[in-house]
Every structure is written in structure tokens, then in C-alpha cells.
Design a protein around this ligand. Structure first.
Ligand code: ADP
Ligand code: ZN
Length: 747
């Protein structure tokens, strides 16, 4: 082997921001020759330490000095698949983030060195086109193995003994895809199982592999569900990458459609990922997937211990867990033969990662699916306007499987008077429902902490004339400030709309609502889903389970109570404050309000009893609230798109947010202005907003600049160059420069 062939380039899994996206050259020593390839995880001497690194290119880099190159020490048994290596590179490119940070997302959670685990051979799946695959004939010995195999699997030694066959027979069955090797550690979550047990995989019987005949284990599909399954299966079966949006009203049975598609993928020997916004809030979904597919399901979430995560990861890589369910980061699951990614509740804001790399799950999923020619399916009752405007074909479910969609009723708080947070009509409705032994959900959306300013008499909210975003009151300067464009306004003494009412900052009184409820309902019947509970997934599950069993009962909480829950005995939904999410400084405020109201209303009346939805609002005439109450989806989306287009917001522009932060206010300001001057020549004036001073956060003075570019690729090119040139000089002056492509948070 030539010397140059033995050199590889790798990226250490270390935060080395000051080195940028550098790769390092190392030599593969003779004893490891043949073991190192693209995606190999290795340990190398780095400075005085030994660190983990991923091989990202073969052959030396351009300026490598052969005399200084050190040797790779060890090669791990785990590696990054070529598909995920490419994904990490695309991600770094798309989100202007360090390659290293992206590699971390796809790197195995734990690695082992040495030969011991090298025996754990990955299973090879035979991919068969449905219905037309070659019939697999089994020899007498192979058949005997299948006959003696207990459903829960057995160790190879046990199997050989009981079937009276040698190891070679098992191996052939593995290679044919009739058996799968299962890691015994995965089931008992620990312990030193040495022999991999072998379990029978359900192989598709050819005539079952058509849509109609797939084992359902569920209901008879409604005609709409059935049509959706057919359309989506056809898309899935095409040889191209496909993108679909399943737009189905709340309670239309989207989950059942997902399950049928997943069955299809499994029957064909492929792999799938089902993403949910938040594992803790979706116990029902997980239970249903596990019910249907049993041990072929892997679950990934942040609540797993390191050992559990490593074990799930191994089952996924081995092809044992071929349906992976998880929150955001599960989009990186190393599923072999990935054919389908489903994004449930695709509009949910948790699908954006708020740390570097600040990726959007939808974009990542599409990158993966484009590589494997599979299907990306977004599902939602309230798709984002960006999803609607994407190239995804829409598949609609317009009716509920059971019950009727409730017609929300407006409770106009301007006419209520009194100090109570719950209007009289709301309190009566609650009492009635509880008397009947039914359940209620009360939403108290506290997202509006930003403290918008509104008129006590007419409800008018102070907004920026340029941006149509709410203004935030800054008490020190006594000014109203637009966080989007930076324009400031003096606070008027009286409301400019009605010229009478005094202006006040609205902060919803959560404590007061809690008290009011406890006066109406016995303590043990109130279930509060708040951020205290949310810190633990098991506590959330316990709380939701307890609520499910408690009739009468009231579930109170923030937008968490609006998400996907399916409690058939909930017959009343009360929205205590429809307005709080409305005037936050975010161009998506109207969309989020519309979505939240539609979603929470959708929790009512999912069983035999019809549901009632009462929405308390100070702004019944604000379009997004009015249209949510009228269930006028199309009207809302039309209006929203019109506004977005006029103001140059997504989906008509691609946003990038550049954030400059420093404990030193002068330096932060100087850097922000410098950055803005550097960028100005490259963008038309209207595409560059700022710099805007933001409220300080944890002692950091912060400024941001927002680029709203019609041509996203070009903008990213300019911004990448700027970052490469400026990040390091800023850093030396104590100023951090962060970039957020496709931002969803602006505070
Ligand atoms: P969505 O996710 O669209 O809001 P779900 O998938 O939660 O709706 O389904 C709503 C309810 O209807 C669930 O309780 C589900 O078990 C039930 N369901 C779904 N499909 C059917 C069907 N074909 N027949 C009867 N019930 C169904
Ligand atoms: Zn503004």
C-alpha cells in the first residue's frame, strides 16, 4: 500500500470552534489496514489526549505534511453509515454550522473497541419488491429451526440443540432474512448476555403484501382513511423521493393511516421513522405503535439512560427495530433501508432544534428521503403555511372518525366585567360538565410573557406600523419597541384607537385561575400539566393516565394540553385566554394562535358525547381568532399567505438570523454594526433587518440581524463567507456570533 493511500482525513468529535471546519490527517497503521473506511469511528492522539474522531475522507488533504502525521490508535466496531455521513455534510452546509456539530448528531452514542463485539454481525435484509419477490425455499433442516423456535426467540446454542442442526444453518437463515439476530441486552436493559438470541421475523406472505390485505390489527378504515392509505401507498411505492401532506381534521384518524403505511414498509423489509413532537406528551401514540408492531419498534427519546440509548441504537443498526419512534433527534436514527419518515403534528415548533446545529426536522427528513428515494409524510390538522406552500401534494381527511367537530363559541371578555378570569358562562359550562361526570380541558396559554400592551377598553394592541408585530414595553426607557425592525415608539397616555381606554401590559394571572378552578372543582379532580411536571416524562404520563381515569376531571395547562390527546370523555374545552399568544414579537404569532385554538378545540367531543368549546377572548374580531372560531381554514391560510407575501416573510423568503452577543455592551454593538455594514452591499435593503438590540439574556448584551432573502442559496453563500471571516476576530474580542437558519424564535 502506498503511503498516501494509508492517510485519511478525520474530524475529531470535539468543540474546536476556533479551528473552523478543519479536518486532520492521520495514518492508518499496518495492523488496522482494511478496517478503516469512510465513516469509521476511531480514536486518535490529539495534542496530549486521545479523542474520538470520524473518518470523513480517504487520502491526505492538500497541504498535509507527511512527517507530522500521527497514527490512528484504534478503530471502533460502530461506524457512521455512508448515508448519514453525507447527511451530516449536507446539514453543515444548509445550516451554516460546524461539520463536527453535525457529525455528533449521527455518531453512535457509545462505541466499543476490539474484536469482542465484532462478532455481532449486522443482519442483511433482503429487500423485496412487494408481491413479486422470489419465493424462499427452506430445506428440511431450516424448516426444523423455524418450527422449534419459540416466539420470544432463543439462543443459537439452544436452537442448534433443539433442531439438531449446525451453526451454518442458522447463518443461512439469517442471510436469507428469515431470522434476525437480536441483542439480548435490549430486553432486560442490562446484564451480560453473551450469546445473541435469535428470533423469528415475521416474513411477508406474498399475497398479503398488497394494501387491502395487510394485517390490520386495527379498525376497518373509514372510506376517507382507506383512500388516503391507497394514495400514500402508491406514493411510497414509486421509485422517486416523494413528499406528502396528510391534512386531516382533529380526530380524523391520522394515526391509523400511519400504522397502515408502517405495516406496508415492514412487509417490504424496509425501515421507517415516526416522529412525534414530544415523547412524554404522546404516550398513546407510542403505545399504539408498540401494540401493532411489538419488538420491531425502537423508541428514542431524551429520557433514556446512556445504556438504554446505546442498546436501542444497536437494535436499530442491526435491523431488529425497523420502526423507530422518537422526538426530534430520532430523525437521525441509523435505520437501514429507510423508506418512510412520518412527521406527526408537523406544525409543532418542537421540530426545530434551538441549539447548534439549528436544524429543522422537516428539512433533515427530506434530505434523508431524497437520498433513499422514500416517502416523507407530514401529518397535521393545522399545517403551517410553509408546509402548505411546499411541493407536497395534499391528502385530505375532512371528517372525524367518530363524533362531530365541535363549533367553538366566543366568549367576549370585553363584555364580561368583574375580576374573574373565567366568565360566568364558562364557569357554568364547567360545572355542568362535571356534574354529568364528564371531563374538561382548560387551556391557559402563558406563552405571551413578552408582555404586550393593550387597551383596557377596546382591546386594541399596540403594534409596529412597519412589521405588524406587537410592541414590547421596555420599562427602563419607557418605550414601546419592535423587536423585529428595532423601531421605537413613545408609549401614548391613551389608546390611539378608541382615544379613551388606558393602556396596560397584560400578564395572564395563572395563580388566580388556579384558585378560581379550585373553588369550583374539588382539588383531587384538577390535573395540572405545567412545566414542573414536564421535566419528567414519567410524571407527565402518570398525570395523563390519572386524568384519563378520573371522571369528572379537569386538565389544566399551557399549550401542552392541546397536543394530540385523545380522551373520549372530554366534552368541554375552555380557552381562558385566546389572546396571549397573539401579540408576541414573531411573524408566526397569528398562525400559532390559529393552530393552537384549532388544536385545543379538537380535543373535545371525540367520543360518543358531543363536545363544547368556549373561547374567551378580548379580540374576537382579530382575523386569526375569528377564523379559528369559524373553522375557516382556507380563509385563514389565504389571508396569512397574502400578508406573508406582502411583508416578505416565509414561505416567500428564507430567513436567517444572525445573533451577536457579548457581556460588553459596547463591543456587542460595535460588532453588530460592523456585521451589518459587511452584509449591506450583498443584499437589497428590504432583505436586511437590523441590527436590533434585544433584551439582555443571562448577562449577555444581544443584537440580531435578520436576513429575509428571496434567494436562500445565494444568501447562505454570502453568510458563510462572512462567518468564516468574522467569527474568529469577533471571538478574540469577546463577542460571540451565532447563526440560525430558518429561525423560529426571535427573542
Ligand atoms: P387524529 O390523530 O387524526 O386526531 P386519531 O388517530 O387520534 O386522530 O384517531 C381518533 C380516534 O378515532 C382514536 O380514538 C382512534 O382510535 C379512533 N379511530 C381511528 N380510526 C378508526 C376507525 N377506522 N374506526 C374506528 N375508530 C377509529
Ligand atoms: Zn417593526
Amino acid at each position: 500500500m502506498e503511503d498516501s493511500e494509508r492517510v485519511v482525513q478525520l474530524v475529531p468529535l470535539l468543540r474546536l470552534r476556533h479551528l473552523g471546519n478543519r479536518r486532520f490527517d492521520y495514518t492508518v497503521p499496518a495492523e488496522l489496514a482494511g478496517e478503516v473506511s469512510l465513516g469509521s469511528v476511531v480514536s486518535v492522539p490529539f495534542g496530549t489526549r486521545s479523542v474520538r474522531a470520524v473518518v470523513v475522507a480517504l487520502g491526505p488533504s492538500a497541504g498535509a505534511d507527511p512527517d507530522k502525521i500521527r497514527n490512528i490508535e484504534q478503530v471502533a466496531n460502530e461506524r457512521v453509515s455512508p448515508e448519514l455521513l453525507v447527511l451530516a455534510a449536507s446539514l453543515a452546509e444548509r445550516y451554516l454550522s460546524p461539520f463536527e456539530a453535525c457529525l455528533r448528531l449521527v455518531a453512535p452514542p457509545s462505541i466499543t473497541f476490539g474484536a469482542a463485539s465484532a462478532q455481532r454481525r449486522p443482519l442483511r435484509w433482503v429487500r423485496r419488491a412487494s408481491g413479486s419477490g422470489p419465493e424462499i425455499r427452506l430445506t428440511a433442516k431450516q424448516l426444523r429451526v423455524c418450527e422449534v423456535l419459540p416466539p420470544e426467540g432463543a439462543s443459537p446454542i439452544w436452537l442448534c440443540e433443539h433442531a439438531g442442526v449446525g451453526r451454518a444453518v442458522l447463518r443461512t437463515l439469517l442471510d436469507k432474512g428469515v431470522l434476525a439476530a437480536v441483542d439480548p441486552l435490549e430486553n432486560d436493559g442490562g446484564g451480560a448476555g453473551s450469546a445473541a438470541s435469535v428470533a423469528m421475523e415475521k416474513r411477508p406472505v406474498p399475497e398479503m403484501a398488497s394494501t387491502a390485505a395487510i394485517s390490520t390489527g386495527g379498525w376497518r378504515l373509514s372510506p376517507e382513511q382507506d383512500a388516503a392509505v391507497r394514495t400514500l401507498t402508491a406514493a411510497y411505492r414509486s421509485e422517486r423521493e416523494e413528499h406528502r401532506l396528510l391534512w386531516g381534521v382533529t380526530g380524523s384518524g391520522k394515526t391509523e393511516v400511519y400504522l397502515r403505511l408502517l405495516a406496508e414498509v415492514l412487509a417490504e423489509g424496509g425501515g421507517a421513522i415516526l416522529l412525534v413532537p414530544e415523547i412524554a406528551l404522546t404516550p398513546q401514540m407510542i403505545a399504539r405503535v408498540k401494540d401493532r408492531f411489538g419488538p420491531r419498534v425502537g423508541v428514542l427519546h431524551s429520557g433514556l439512560s446512556h445504556g438504554e440509548r446505546a442498546s436501542e441504537y444497536r437494535r436499530i443498526v442491526a435491523g431488529t427495530a425497523r420502526v423507530v419512534v422518537g422526538a426530534r433527534s430520532a430523525v437521525f436514527a441509523p435505520v437501514p433501508g429507510l423508506r418512510l419518515v412520518i412527521l406527526d403534528e408537523a406544525h409543532d415548533s418542537s421540530y426545530k432544534q434551538e441549539e447548534e446545529p439549528r436544524y429543522r426536522v422537516r428539512t433533515v427528513a427530506w434530505m434523508r428521503i431524497s437520498g433513499t428515494k422514500g416517502l416523507l409524510l407530514e401529518g397535521s390538522a393545522t399545517p403551517s403555511v410553509e408546509s402548505l406552500r411546499s411541493d407536497a401534494d395534499q391528502v385530505r381527511l375532512s371528517t372525524r372518525v367518530a363524533g362531530e367537530l365541535p363549533q367553538p363559541e366566543t366568549v367576549d371578555m370585553r363584555r364580561q366585567g368583574g375580576e374573574q378570569l373565567l366568565a360566568a358562562v364558562s364557569r357554568e359550562a364547567l360545572a355542568t360538565v362535571l356534574r354529568r361526570g364528564e371531563q374538561a380541558i382548560v387551556l391557559l396559554n402563558r406563552r405571551g410573557y413578552a408582555g404586550y400592551v393593550h387597551c383596557e377598553a377596546c382591546g386594541h394592541v399596540m403594534t409596529c406600523t412597519d412589521c405588524e408585530l406587537s410592541l414590547t414595553y421596555h420599562s427602563k426607557e419607557r418605550l414601546l419597541l419592535c423587536h423585529h425592525c428595532g423601531r421605537s415608539y413613545p408609549q401614548p397616555a391613551r389608546c390611539p384607537a378608541c382615544e379613551q381606554g388606558p393602556l396596560t401590559r397584560a400578564v395572564p394571572g395563572t395563580e388566580r385561575l388556579d384558585q378560581e378552578l379550585r373553588n369550583l372543582v374539588p382539588d383531587e379532580r384538577v390535573f395540572r400539566l405545567d412545566s414542573d411536571v414536564l421535566t419528567s416524562g414519567s410524571r407527565v404520563r402518570a398525570l395523563l393516565d390519572a386524568f384519563a381515569l378520573s371522571s369528572p376531571g379537569v386538565l389544566v395547562g399551557t399549550q401542552m394540553v392541546a397536543k394530540g390527546h385523545d380522551f373520549p370523555n372530554v366534552t368541554l374545552v375552555l380557552v381562558a385566554d385566546a389572546d396571549t399568544g397573539l401579540y408576541v414579537p414573531d411573524f408566526r404569532a397569528a398562525e400559532r394562535t390559529f393552530q393552537l385554538l384549532t388544536q385545543v378545540a379538537g380535543r373535545a367531543g371525540r367520543g360518543l358525547q358531543p363536545g363544547r368549546v368556549l373561547v374567551q377572548t378580548w379580540n374576537p374580531d382579530v382575523p386569526c381568532i375569528r377564523m379559528a372560531l369559524d373553522r375557516d381554514e382556507l380563509g385563514f391560510y389565504q389571508e396569512e399567505l397574502r400578508i406573508r407575501e406582502r411583508l416578505g416573510y416565509p414561505p416567500f423568503a428564507e430567513l436567517t438570523r444572525l445573533l451577536v452577543a457579548s457581556p460588553d455592551g459596547g463591543r456587542a454593538m460595535a460588532a453588530a454594526q460592523h456585521l451589518s455594514r459587511q452584509l449591506a452591499p450583498h443584499f437589497p435593503r428590504q432583505e436586511l433587518c437590523g441590527p436590533v438590540r434585544l433584551p439582555s439574556l443571562r448577562g449577555q448584551v444581544r443584537w440580531h440581524i435578520i436576513v429575509a432573502a428571496r434567494d436562500g442559496d445565494r444568501a447562505r453563500g454570502v453568510l458563510r463567507q462572512a462567518l468564516e471571516q468574522l467569527a474568529e476576530p469577533y471571538r478574540r474580542r469577546g463577542v460571540r456570533l451565532l447563526v440560525d437558519v430558518d429561525p423560529e424564535a426571535f427573542g
